[in-house]
Design a binder for this molecule. Sequence first.
Ligand code: A3P
Length: 285
Amino acid sequence: MLSQNRSGVLHKFKGILFSTMSSEELLNSLDSFDAREDDVFLVSYPKSGTHWIAEVIENIPNARLTLTSPIEFGDISKFEELKMVSKQRVIPTHLSYDMLPMKIKIKQCKVIYVVRNPKDTAVSLYHYYRDNPNLPPTATWAEFLELFLRGDVVYGSWFDHVLSWEDHKNDENVLIIFYEEMKKDVSKTIKEITAFLGIHVSDSEINKIAWKTSFSEMKNNAARENYDVNHTICALTSNRNLVFRKGAVGDWINYFTSKQKRVFDELFTEKMKHSELARHFEDYS
Ligand code: A3P
């Protein structure tokens, strides 16, 4: 089941590329993970704004939550490490719905699923591939885009990832957050998150969280907070300096040629024709 990728930093598990920092043994054992009823999972395809939401959660006053490192980050000792967390756990992951540990589904744990329009996600992941030594080198944007469209990138196809959540978007225990909507009205999104977590937060506290989690504030703080493995949100790096690049909506326009946009849109229409989640992205393409 395990096959090495060209530069050895990725391996394939059940047909999907993962970082070698997610051991095969751990990926194979996900269903033995003992979820707690009050666990909260922060789920996303890479580069969708996971660090941003994580920072919001960490800044909620009196929340008594512990943000852990991703469930798929590390080796089989991961579950023992997570067991040691005594407070309510918020556990990030880039796993698709299908790969999430069974007990999360049985216990109907709360899940926050973050989605971002796929063109900006592709551009952001392209830069991650270029800058992050834990990802294989990529020569050009054109080459990377082909890999992205084929789902031949880490965590597989964006389309399949989002589609795996389609049937669960209205589940009571699932909150879907769109990156673009959060950019438009961050206070509204923060209120949605705190209400979903059942934590009362005043308007002035909401404003404070919004300020503390602004792109510029997080980027400025990244250098100081760097390399704390316990503060790893994405299983592809512990280096926060690699995360805060531009933080914009619509940056894709600077990368896609008109032909690339056409090919992308055709695939998007074909793959996402039955997806209500995908309709949110019509304004951003
Ligand atoms: P860009 O590469 O387009 O800048 P993730 O956290 O899932 O890895 O996603 C990273 C993307 O979210 C990056 O996108 C990053 O800049 C953006 N991001 C992180 N924090 C943000 C914030 N506070 N506001 C807006 N965008 C943010």
